[in-house]
Structures are given as C-alpha cells and as structure tokens.
Design a binder for this molecule. Structure first.
Ligand code: BGC
Length: 825
C-alpha cells in the first residue's frame, strides 16, 4: 500500500479537527449555521452561503466542477510589500510560514502566517442570526512596523443557483448593488419580486472598494492574482449588470507586537412589501443597520461565539460515553452527533458532492436522519415529521422529495418508491420513544399539503402500513415500485435512452412482478413497532381527541399482516444461505446463487436479520455468515457480490456503475449498520464490532488519509469496494444516512442504551475485549449515569440496579431526576 501522509489530527478537548497542510487530498469542509442561514466552508475558505434553501436563496456564488476543484469562497488578500497572500493559502497559493485550519462545531478558524504577520479568521453563524461572521485578527509578530493592504472578497450569486449557472443572456444585465459607508449591498432583482437583499459589511472605515468582478479581477487574471490586489489599488467600481462582487479595501498599520480585529459580516435581510424602499430605487436598510449593530465589535462577536459554543455543549451533553477508547469516544461524543445534525439540516442538498440545486429533502432520508438527532432537538424532529407526512398522498404513497423553502412535494421526481411510507413509522416511533409525546399522533396533517384534507398523524401511519399491504406481488412480497431504499435498482424502468434519468423515467407497472425483500424486512421491523404502538394506545397511553380507532383490533390486524410477511419471506425469500434481494419484472430471482452476477445483496440481509426472520431456523446466522464470507473486505461490506460487469436493462441504474462504485458493489456505508444491528440482535458482539470499526472514521483516519481522500472526521456515503479500481477511496462525504445509522447502531445496539416508551432499555452487544464503560444520558426530565460491566460477555444483561435497588427486566423505568444505574452482564 502506498505510504500514507497525514494532513491533520483530532483535538478532542476543543472538539476540533486540526488540518495542518492546506493541500488536503480533497477539500475538507465544515458547515456553519444551525437554523436558517447556512454556509459551507473548506479548509482553504472556499464554499458559499445560502438562506434556508441552497437552490432558491443562494447568497454567494460557487462553481461546482471547477478547475481547480475548490475555487471561489470568502477570501482575504493581504498585500505586504510585494507579497500577496491569503490566510487559508488559497487562492494565491503563496507558500505560508504557518497554516492551520480548525474545523469545530459549527465554526471554522483558519490561521496563516507570512513574513512576521499572523492572520487568523474565525468563521461562524451566530445563533438565530441571518449572517456569517468573519472575525479577522491581524497580528504583527515582527520587529518592524507593517503597512498592509487588506482586500476582502465575496462574489454574489444571483439568488437562484440554477439559473445563475445558465441564464447568462439575462443574468449579465440584472446585477445591482448599493454602497453605503463600509457596507456593500447586493440587491439584484429587488426592484421586482424579491423582498430580500444581502450585504457585506466591515466594522472599520474603508479606503476603497470594488463591486464589479471584471474590474477587480481583470479579464485575463484569476482569483489567484486579481489586478486590483496585485497593484494594491481598488478601483471603486460600481456594478451594473455583469457579475457583482463585494470587496473592501483597508489600509492597516501595525506596530511590532500590535494586533487588530476586523469584523466582517455577510448578512441576509427580508423586508415587507410596503417597506421595501426608503426612497425611489434605494433599498430600506433599517434591518441591515440593526443586524450590523448587533455584531459590530469584537466583544459582541465574542459573546455570540461563546453562545454558540454553549449551545453545542448542551447538545453534546445529552449522550456522553467514557470507554477509555479515544477513537470510539470522540466519534460517539463529538463527530457522529455533529454529522447527524448537519444531515438533519441539509438532508442531501448541499455539500461538495451535492450541488444544492438537484435535490430537496428526501422522504425516506429525512425519516432516517431523524434518529440521529431526535435526542438533541425533539421539537424540530416533531416539526420535521409533520412536514414530511404533509407530502403524503391519501393512498399512503408519498412524494419522494420536497423543497425545504416551500415544503411542497417535488413534482419532477414524484412518488412511487414503495419503501417510503414505512419510514414514517420508523421516524415517528423514534420520536415518541425519546420524548414520550404521544400527542403528535393526534396532530391534524394534510395530504399533499392540501388544506381541508387533514387527518391525524396516526391515520397517516396506518395508511403507510396499508400501502405496503395493498401493493403485494405474486409471492405476497411487497412490490418494489420505482425502487426501494436502493434508488438504483430500477426493476420497472427499462431504459435504453441515455437522455433519460433512471429516477424519473416513466415506469412500466402493468403486469409487473418486481418484488422487494428489503421492503419485506423493513415492513416486518416497522410493523412490529406499529403493533407495539397500537397496543400502547389500546392500553390508554393516550386518548385520541381528533380521530377514533379500535387500537386492539388494529394491533391484531397488523400483527397478522406481519406474520404473513414473515411466512412469505421464509417461503419465497430464502436462497439457502442468504435472503434473496428481489424478484424482477418477470418474476425472476435477483440476489440468488442462481444468478450469474449480483448473487448476494446487503440490503435484504440487513433488514431481514433486523426483523429476525427465520432466526429459529438458523436463517439469521447463515445470512450474517454469508455477509462475512461474500460481502466483507478490508474497508467494509460491499453492497452486492459479484459486481455487475455489464449493463442489465432489466435492473437499471445499479448496473450502470463500473464495478465497485456506488450501488454496484461499492461499500455503501449507509447499509453496513443494518447488518451490524442484525449481528447485535443475534448477540454476535465480536462480529458487530469488527464491521463497525471498519467504517468508523476515527479508525480509518489513522491508516488512510491519502487513500480515503475525503474528510477523516465524518462518514462518507460510499467507499470504493473490493472490485473497484482503487478500493478504499471515499466519496460523497457528509450528507448521508450513514451518520444517523452509525449513531443509532452504536448508541442503542452496541453500547445498548435504547429509549423506550416507559424508560430506557439496556441491552449492549459488545466485543469480548470490552471493558467497563459509563454513559451519561439525559432522557426527558431525567439524567442517568449508567455504568456497564461487560465481564467478557458479548450479550445478555444479568443484573441492573437503579439507585442501588435491583430491578427486574432490562428497562429502567422512567422517573425525573438524577439516577445511578449499574449493569452487570
Ligand atoms: C439516497 C437515498 C438512497 C441511497 C441508495 C442515496 O443517495 O439519498 O435515498 O436510499 O442513495 O440508493
């Protein structure tokens, strides 16, 4: 294996990843913002900002697929004599005497030093503010007086990120700005239907500015050598059309040892229709002035930063483990939880692999993301569930995606992904178990956002289950529809036209026999949850106000459907050593030993073992063994094996990928935890742990910085599989369901602390080598300190004491207050 170079390391005390070389093998990014205003920032300060929706409210411009890759961002140019440099190395790439980027919890600090000057920039979005703060500290560490010329730089996006990239015949004529003191306002399209503008401010007098890109950069120069900067002369340009930018020019004199702070603020403002202008053609700046006034000194900014840090302290104090294994503790206590929050906020919309214009929020994705953060911010989880359910149709089907700004279902992609409905149960049950809030089931929720169509959320759950039952195929297994979890297994698609999208092309549904074992397993798992929920309701846990239901009868009805599904899987879904994956349109087996390629798939092994189908007949154990034998490799478990070597018209997109990538035998990290949970339920702690450690970033971090390429502090969606050209190479970092599934797996199944309706269930599954550990868990109004003594056991709780008193069973009954729990295995 090639020699691995290191680009950074973890700093657990500060909850930071410290990058010490700007030339990482791929841009290593972080996210700023927690609610409305968001930014992506790379380790060289590349990236962009947007308000709520990366497509419709893009504030600054970014060019995906650029050369070099990460070009464009918030840049500070420092001209010291003839030397021009940036604290984050790019875009000038002047060699620095020192470079460091610290990615922390919703903030990034980039520090560069050159010729005795230190420039350190702290980037963050203050809580509840629609603005990105960039606090720049310049320090003279030399013995001479320094006369520096400082240029800031942001490039505006003309709001809609899609048309910004396309519609140049219009775009080059619409750009408008205003300049007032040290603030540059971007007001393109404000004259017509937009009631919003953006601004870029600095809390110091400026000696010049630029707002027209070509004037600032020069037509034949680049971001690396803008003419105005190279000559040390701003042009004071006023943009009319073309490409508006914002650049401040400040002359800074620093005595030896002296340092100065500058607070730059990139803000977003919305005005009421009748308060848009203060004079003809002049935007009303009252709200901008007010926002600036809240953040115009170092003290105010430091206070806002301290609040952000406290916010993260509180979030990360809800579940904390001490195992003595730093690599595990840092993922559980810091990075995994952080990534879960980021995926909750962005779903799959904006990363360095997701352009922010293509996808909205996924129905199934968001429900899964929910299990990753519901313990931290339950009210937002509650709202998310209602938003998601509101995009459902009366027959239980649902839009596959919706836009976060409008919350409307996305017509381009439509519905028909037959696993989608089940995930609503998955998300809702997780929410109720965490909070005990059954009232959510009584919320009136519309169909397809149509006023007047509201029924209770419980009714939505019911029709979700029914959607599966009403769409069974010839083997009484669920029909797959457009696709199940695997968006690329398109069994009803049949496309020979390269101009068609596999996802949106019209499907043939007449006469289809395409059935999914993955949905079968998912149905059994969520069906059991649904039955348990109905039983709770039958026992009077919550009396419905808005809708009536005989919950006992409903529990029985659904139990029968679950039992029937289990029978169908045992009869028609078992291949001898593993579960089949599916039946195709014509009713032929997929994922069978009889197949030439793609003999075994991970999804059905994961879901059917989680559902424990046929455990009593040895099916679960055999399936898990087969995963080890055929799917596992050095870097994790691949999705299918052997990989497809040619395009199969009947299977669709899955076979469009070269071997070892994405859904064609890539290590799709998202589904590895399904098998790991299967292992945990089967009590095989050693195997569960060894699968888990293979895709745990902190374990990979040590070994593979260059091979893996992408950020070593978060999971990526896919690692190239054993059949790939370069096994072990990661792609699609950050926005992946892997985050939530890794969290769910380690917190609830490995460490074994599982929220339940009436308390916390303790049921760890550990490697034999595990030593004593303690979990600090806030749960509703209670605070538990739970110490587990594994005693070399992989599974099985022997005794539990609660505040010194033995309890029977494995559920610690909930009661508010502080509690000490001791568990012996
Ligand atoms: C999508 C998921 C899908 C997965 C597997 C991801 O890109 O966001 O919804 O389940 O791919 O195809």
């Amino acid at each position: 294996m090639e020699q691995q170079k290191r680009y950074g390391h973890f700093d657990d005390q500060h909850r930071e990843y410290v990058i010490t070389d700007p030339q990482t093998p791929w841009p290593w990014i972080n996210y700023l913002g927690n609610e409305d205003f968001f930014s992506l920032i790379s380790n060289t300060a590349g990236g962009y900002s947007f308000y709520k929706d990366a497509k419709f409210r893009r504030i600054t411009r970014y060019r995906y697929n650029n050369v070099p890759m990460d070009n464009g961002g918030r840049y500070f140019y420092i001209k010291d004599g003839d030397t021009v440099w940036n604290p984050g190395w790019k875009p000038c790439k002047t060699p620095l005497d020192f470079y460091e980027c610290r990615h922390g919890m919703s903030y990034t600090r980039i520090t560069g030093k050159k010729n005795g000057v230190e420039a350190s920039v702290l980037f963050f979005v203050p809580l509840k503010k629609w603005a990105e703060v960039q606090k720049l500290t310049l320090k003279n560490e030399s013995n001479e007086v320094k006369n520096l010329k400082l240029f800031s730089f942001e490039e505006w996006c003309l709001w809609n990120a899609a048309t910004d990239m396309e519609n140049f015949q219009r775009n080059f004529s619409t750009g408008e700005v205003e300049i007032e003191g040290s603030t540059i306002y971007h007001k393109t399209e404000y004259r017509e239907r937009r009631n919003h503008y953006a601004f870029y401010h600095v809390n110091a007098p400026i000696q010049g500015f630029d707002t027209d890109r070509e004037t600032f950069v020069g037509l034949y120069n680049e971001f690396a050598d803008p003419q105005a900067v190279m000559e040390g002369k701003p042009r004071n340009s006023h943009a009319h059309g073309w490409s508006p930018i914002a650049s401040h020019y400040i002359e800074v004199t620093l005595q030896p040892g002296e340092s100065k702070d500058f607070v730059f603020l990139l803000g977003y403002i919305e005005n009421e229709q009748d308060e848009k202008f203060e004079a003809p053609q002049v935007i009303n700046k009252d709200k901008a002035h007010a926002l600036i006034a809240e953040l115009d000194t170092t003290e105010k900014v430091d206070k806002a930063f301290a609040e952000l840090c406290e916010y993260w302290d509180a979030l990360l104090n809800i579940y904390k483990v001490r195992t003595g294994n730093d690599k595990l503790d840092r993922m559980v206590n810091i990075w995994n939880q952080y990534q879960c929050m980021v995926t909750f906020n962005f779903s799959r919309s904006a990363s360095f692999f997701e352009s922010g214009v293509g996808r909205g929020m996924g129905f199934r994705d968001s429900n899964q993301d929910l299990v990753g953060f519901v313990h931290q911010i339950p009210p937002r989880a509650r709202q998310r569930i209602i938003d998601i359910a509101s995009t459902q149709f009366p027959d239980g089907g649902c839009y596959h995606q919706y836009q976060p700004l409008t919350k409307r279902g996305n017509n381009d992609i439509g519905g028909g992904f037959n696993d989608d409905p089940c995930w609503l149960i998955f998300g809702t049950v997780a929410y109720i178990k965490e909070t005990g809030d059954f009232s959510i089931l009584d919320e009136m929720v519309p169909f397809d956002n149509q006023p007047g169509s509201e029924v209770t959320l419980f009714e939505h759950l019911k029709i979700s289950m029914d959607h599966v039952i009403k769409n069974l195929g010839p083997h009484m297994l669920p029909l797959i529809g457009r696709a199940d979890w695997n968006d690329c297994l398109n069994l009803n698609c049949f496309s020979w036209d390269p101009n068609e999208s596999f996802q949106t092309t019209e499907n043939v549904s007449e006469g289809t026999k395409a059935e999914s074992l993955m949905i079968a397993g998912l149905f059994v798992v969520t069906g059991k949850d649904y039955v348990a929920l109905c039983k709770k309701l039958a026992n009077g846990q919550w009396s419905m106000v808005n809708g009536q239901c005989d919950f006992s009868a409903e529990a029985e009805r659904m139990q029968a459907a679950v039992d029937a599904m289990i029978d169908a899987v045992k009869k028609h879904g078992w291949d001898g050593e593993w579960y089949l994956r599916a039946y195709d349109f014509y009713g032929r087996k997929i994922g069978s030993n009889e197949c030439e390629e793609g003999k075994i798939f991970i999804e059905s092994q994961g879901w059917c073992t989680m559902a424990e189908i046929g455990a009593e007949d040895g099916m679960v154990a055999k399936s898990l063994d087969s995963c080890k034998k055929y799917l596992e490799c050095e870097h994790g478990m691949v999705l299918n094996n052997p990989a497809f070597t040619k395009y199969i018209y009947e299977y669709g997109e899955i076979s469009s990928y070269p071997e070892g990538y994405k859904e064609n035998a890539g290590i799709f990290c998202h589904n590895n935890p399904w098998v790991i949970i299967g292992e945990c339920l089967a009590g095989r702690g050693n195997d569960a742990w060894s699968h888990y450690a293979k895709i745990l970033p902190s374990y990979v971090e040590e070994k593979y910085q260059t091979l893996h390429k992408v950020e070593p502090y978060v999971n990526c969606q896919m690692v190239a599989g054993k059949d790939a050209f370069k096994p072990g190479e990661g792609k699609n970092s950050w926005l992946t369901g892997t985050a939530a599934w890794m969290w769910y797996t380690v917190s609830e199944f490995i460490l074994g602390i599982k929220p339940d309706y009436d308390g916390i269930r303790i049921d760890p599954c550990l490697p034999e080598t595990a030593t004593d550990y303690t979990v600090q868990r806030k749960f509703r109004e209670a605070d538990y300190e739970i110490t587990i003594h594994p005693n070399g056991q992989q599974k099985g709780v022997k005794t539990i004491t609660l505040d010194g008193q033995p309890i029977s069973g494995t559920v610690i009954p909930y009661s508010p207050g502080k509690h000490i729990v001791e568990v012996t295995m």
